[in-house]
Design a protein. Structure first.
Length: 204
């Protein structure tokens, strides 16, 4: 008798479970969109007019907020930040390694807008954004130098897995390229490249 009751419960609940997967908004990329990303990568900023580069292993954070204008196609605003702690300096081909006690950081930041497209049901995405970006140097927590604003592009790919009706987590990779031109005659122009591997969490 106990087995019969168990069999009956499975029969009654299984259709509801399968129907939930197809419910509107469940495991579907539509409506409000929020994605947070953090990870590790490598950032290199080269001065255009002198043989100088600032480089090193970097941590990065991304925040994207937007809306799915069509199913699986999202337009978003983006905030991005990457920081190298005690970066190395490359001067005339020679590298001077940063020291742990220096408390110096090289920071690459951007704000802009982009689009994401999800390939379903694999939940694999491609993304791209145009940003306004700048470089800065902090020492002992104080901002000691910064560039003028420049333009940049972010391109990324990723794969996510659903963990609830609307939340997905996964992994991704991103490349960010920036060109920063000085507005003054005595300022330096910079070219920046950032590569990162990311953990992603998306609500959509």
């Amino acid at each position: 008798m106990r087995l019969n009751w168990l069999f009956a419960v499975v029969l009654l609940t299984a259709p509801a479970a399968f129907a939930r997967e197809g419910d509107p908004g469940v495991h579907t990329h539509d409506g409000f969109y929020l994605r947070g990303q953090f990870g590790l990568g490598y950032t290199r900023a080269e001065a255009a007019d002198v043989d100088l580069a600032i480089k090193g292993i970097s941590g990065s954070l991304d925040l994207e907020v937007g809306y799915a204008v069509f199913t699986n196609f999202i337009i978003y605003g983006k905030l991005f930040g990457s920081s190298v702690t005690n970066p190395d300096l490359e001067i005339d081909g020679d590298t001077i390694e940063g020291e742990a006690g220096d408390d110096v950081s090289s920071n690459y930041m951007g704000i802009g807008a982009g689009v994401t497209y999800y390939f379903m049901p694999a939940n694999f995405y491609i993304t791209g954004a145009l940003v306004v970006n700048e470089l800065s140097i902090t020492e002992d927590g104080d901002n000691v130098a910064e560039t003028d604003a420049g333009v940049g592009i972010h391109l990324g790919i990723g794969k996510e897995w659903w963990v609830s009706d609307n939340w997905g987590i996964g992994i991704g990779a991103e490349v960010a390229l920036g060109r920063i031109r000085s507005d003054s005659n005595d300022g330096d122009d910079w070219n920046v490249a950032h590569f990162g591997l990311l953990f992603t969490a998306t609500y959509n």
